[in-house]
Design a protein around this ligand. Structure first.
Ligand SMILES: Cc1ncc(COP(=O)(O)O)c(C=O)c1O
Length: 465
């Protein structure tokens, strides 16, 4: 999409700005070059660092998962903490920093965003950047045949999901129930805490939404589990005929532990939903950009079935994409902010890297990165089957189970791994899994090898402990 011919680009093109951008790039490149390997914390900083962590925990009303306070500098997958340590960031803010840390191209985008007129863009006043981002997202989403036509931006995955939920309810009024998978995660608003299949997340909250859960695919019992899913669906449909406004689902369960299912499973389910005219909403907030295509529904070739898709995390700005049929009536959805100007530019920059680089496709970098991790994990598993096992996740959603998969041993493993220089995170329960969302745009093979070397050391240490 081009700018209208009378758009004034003279500020962006001013030679003084070009020179300033070049100087900033040079300065940043010089400083980030000192972050070139994993480093232990500086012991002389420990007391002050502990104090800062304690203060932050008190201010936010609860301690942090890790002793993590970034210094604001990194280099690709490496990040420096304020205690002087450097670690491999294999969780990237739970899937957000897909470009890694201190990315020169990204910083250049942010500098350009900083000289535009406003910090934030909102529904009342949006700049050309918002239009271009919506256009990019709809174009990519329709690339292989989906009927998604509209894009509504928002500042969190939860808001994107709330918007999807409202559109479906309005369309299917007076239906007042929603279907989802067991072990699903949808976000933390009052409604989404009900949709999320985790009792702890809604402890003490009133029931705001009526949800029916059906089992996800079980890789060990493909036929039986598909039948069980369809039977459970039918049971809910019989119990509440005509009362379901939609089904919300993740094609790869994220917080649930990084499990996926084959295309045939989803087709059987989607056909059953279609027969009852129940809209299909795919939550791609964690999966976006992490398979062989930008959308996991494209990776699984399910384009023809999607009615609503939500995305977030690595896209920096979140969005609800939907078909003409689900368009909301005026007044239903709006927010003051749709995103910071810098986030909107960052989103377009990331999409451009994916579309123009070699990240996507069956042999693209996303899949190569996955395969290299898996090679290491398979070797470790062969050497010591009880210490580490799969499934290993999919694409840029990498996972494994350590030891007995208990919450306690997994947490102990993660904490030791953090000390050793790799940041990962848990997902799922029984077993609790170790998951990684590596910064796919900057992961080199040598980084994967180094991370797996550190994982191996910690596995060996804890096996022998
Ligand atoms: C699948 C899925 N949906 C929704 C959300 C909520 O997104 P946010 O935390 O941006 O509100 C998440 C976050 O982890 C997620 O993984």
């Amino acid at each position: 999409m081009n700018n209208p011919s009378n758009t004034d680009t003279s500020l962006a093109e001013d030679p003084r700005i070009a020179e300033a951008r070049m100087l900033i790039r040079q300065a940043v490149a010089d400083h980030r070059s000192r972050i070139d390997r994993v480093r232990s914390p500086d012991n002389s900083q420990q007391e002050a660092y502990d104090q800062l962590l304690k203060q932050l925990g008190e201010l936010r009303g609860g301690g942090l998962y890790y002793r993590y306070l970034g210094s604001g500098l990194g280099n690709g997958p490496l990040v420096e903490l304020a205690d002087g340590s450097v670690k491999y960031d294999m969780i990237s803010g739970i899937g957000v920093h897909i470009y890694g840390h201190t990315h020169l191209g990204m910083i250049d985008e942010l500098v350009q965003a900083a000289i535009t007129d406003t910090v934030m863009q909102g529904n009342l006043q949006q700049n050309l950047d918002s239009l271009k981002l919506c256009d990019d997202l709809v174009r990519i989403a329709r690339e292989s045949g989906s009927a998604l036509e509209h894009c509504f931006l928002s500042t969190s995955g939860a808001t994107a999901n709330e918007n999807a939920l409202k559109m479906m309810f309005q369309k299917k009024y007076p239906a007042d129930r929603v279907l989802t998978f067991r072990n699903s995660f949808s976000g933390r608003t009052m409604a989404l805490a009900q949709l999320t299949d985790r009792p702890k997340n809604r402890e003490g909250l009133p029931t705001t939404l009526s949800v029916d859960y059906i089992p996800f695919f079980d890789n060990d019992h493909p036929v039986q589990s598909t039948n069980a899913t369809l039977a459970a669906l039918q049971e809910h449909l019989n119990r509440y005929p005509g009362n379901h406004a939609g089904m919300c689902l993740e094609l790869i369960q994220g917080e649930g532990g990084y499990y996926s299912a084959p295309r045939e499973f989803f087709i059987a389910l989607f056909e059953a939903l279609r027969e009852c005219d129940i809209p299909i909403w795919i939550d791609e907030i964690q999966t976006f950009g992490r398979t062989s295509r930008l959308f996991a529904f494209q990776h699984l070739e399910l384009d023809e079935y999607v009615d609503v898709v939500t995305l977030g995390k690595m896209s920096q700005v979140c969005a609800t994409l939907f078909t003409e049929d689900l368009k909301a009536r005026p007044g239903l959805i709006s927010q003051t902010f749709t995103g910071a100007t810098s986030s909107i530019r960052a989103a377009r920059f990331i999409l451009k890297q994916f579309c123009e680089g070699n990240y996507l496709g069956e042999n693209g970098r996303n899949i190569q990165i996955h395969n290299r991790f898996v090679q290491h994990f398979e070797r470790l598993h062969a050497e010591n089957p009880s210490s580490i096992r799969g499934p290993w996740g999919i694409g840029g959603m990498v996972a494994f189970t350590v030891f007995d998969g208990s919450a306690e041993r997994t947490k102990a493993f993660l904490n030791r791994l953090f000390e050793a220089g790799v940041i990962a995170f848990p997902a799922g329960a029984e077993p609790t899994r170790v998951r990684m969302l590596p910064p796919l745009l900057v992961m080199l093979d040598k980084d994967i090898d180094a991370v797996c070397g550190l994982i191996e050391n910690v596995v060996t240490e804890l096996t022998n402990a």
